[in-house]
Design a protein around this ligand. Sequence first.
Ligand code: ATP
Ligand code: MG
Length: 440
Amino acid sequence: MQDSEPNSAPLRPGQPRVVPRPQHNISRANISESALRVLYRLRQENFQAHLVGGGVRDLLLGHEPKDFDVATDATPEQVRQVFRNCRLIGRRFRLAHVQFGRDIIEVATFRGSGSDDGESPERQVRDGLIVRDNLYGTIEEDALRRDFTINALYYDIADLALIDYAGGLEDLRAGRLRLIGDPVKRYREDPVRMLRAVRFACKLGFTIEPETERPLFELGHLLRDIPAARLFDELLKLFHSGYGVAAFEKLRHYGLFGHLFPATEACLAQEDHAFPITFVNRGLANTDKRLAEDKPVTPAFLYAILLWEPVRRRWEALVAQGMATTEAILLASAEIRAGQRPLIAIPKRFSLPMHEIWALQPRLEQRDGKRPYRLITHPRFRAAYDFLVLRAEAGEADPELADWWTRFQEASSQERARMTDPSPRRKRRPRRQKRSESSA
Ligand code: ATP
Ligand code: MG
C-alpha cells in the first residue's frame, strides 16, 4: 500500500475510501489462479466479484495468504449455477465452496444488516447471539458486519481498486486490530470473534485496540454458547498455525483459556511446581517448531498436551487410592475426556490416539523382557515416546527413562537383549553397605 491516499478523513457511512490500482500494491500475480478464475467468471455473468478478508489483508502486508475468500452479490444458488465444481455448505452461514483440485475458494454472498429483533427467518438473533445469518444485502452492509476493520477490505476485480468502508487501511498501517462497531455487541453476536482477536493479534503481531481488547477480560463465559464442533475448528486454527505458545499466553492473559479448558486451568492456577505451565509451553513450542520446519502435526498430540495435566493428577490420585497404574490411567483419561466433551468436540479419529498416547505412558515404564519389543510396534509408540520426552524435559517424568527409550530404538538386537534383561540391572544396583563398613 502506498501512502498517497488521504489517511485521516473520517469515514462516513456510504462513503468508502477507494484506492485505485496504481496506488496500492495488490497484484494479480500474487492471487491464486483459482481465485482469479472465480472472480472473472462471476464478473462475466454480470455479478459483482471482490476478493475480501484474509487474502486482501495478507497481500497488503506482503504476506502470502493462506486462502482466498470471495464476496459477491450472487446468491449461493446463483453461484452454484455458474460453477459446476461447487458445493453449498453451512446452515447458520450459507456459503459456496468452489473447488479446483485441492484448492477451495470460499464464495460468500454480501450479508445485509437487518434489524436486531430476530424477526427475519434469514437472520435470527437470540439473546444477542446471531444464530442464523443468511439475509443478503449490499457490499456496504456486508463490510460493516465483518469482524475487524482490516478484514473488511475489498479488492474489486472490475477495476482492481481497493475499497475500504471501515477504516481498515489506517488500522492496517498502524498495526492495530479493531472490531467494527460496538465491541461488546459484536462479541455477543459471535463470541468466536474473541478467539479470532487473539489469533490475528498473534499471527500479525498487531496490538488490540483498547475498546476491542477490554471486553476480552470479561466475556469469556460466552464461549460456552458456541457449538463444541466449531470451537474445535477455531482452536486448531489458533494452535496449529505456528504461534501456539503466544496464543496460549494470550488466552490465559484474557482469562479465556479457563472457559475452554477448565480442568487444565484449575491445575495451572494452583500449580505448586512450575512444570504444568512449562509442560504446555514446551509442548506448544515443539508444535510451533515442527510447523516452522514443515513437519506434520496432529490434533491428537496437541490435545494430549493441553489436557495432560488434569489426566496426570487424576491418575496419581487413583494410584494413591490403590488402583493399578495402567488401569488408573484409563479411568483418568475417560473422566477428563468426558468433562471436556461438552465444550470442545474432538473428533474420534483424534481423541482415540490422544487417549492412546496417555495410556501408553505407564507402559513405557515397563522395560523388562518382551514388553518393550511389543510396545515399539504399537502404532502410537512414536507419539507416546515423543510425549514422554516432553514430560521428561518439563521435569515431570524421569529423564533416564526417556533416554533409555531413545537408546533402545537405535540399539542393535544384542544391545536390546542386554537392555531388556532384568538381571544385569538388578546386579548393578549398589548393594547396601553394611553398618560396620560405613562406620569404618
Ligand atoms: P485467515 O488468514 O485465517 O483465512 P481470514 O480473515 O481470511 O483469515 P476467514 O475465517 O477465512 O478469516 O474469514 C474470511 C473473512 O470473513 C474474514 O476476513 C472476515 O471478514 C469474515 N469473517 C469470518 N469470520 C467472521 C466472524 N465470526 N464474524 C464476522 N466476520 C467474519
Ligand atoms: Mg480466509
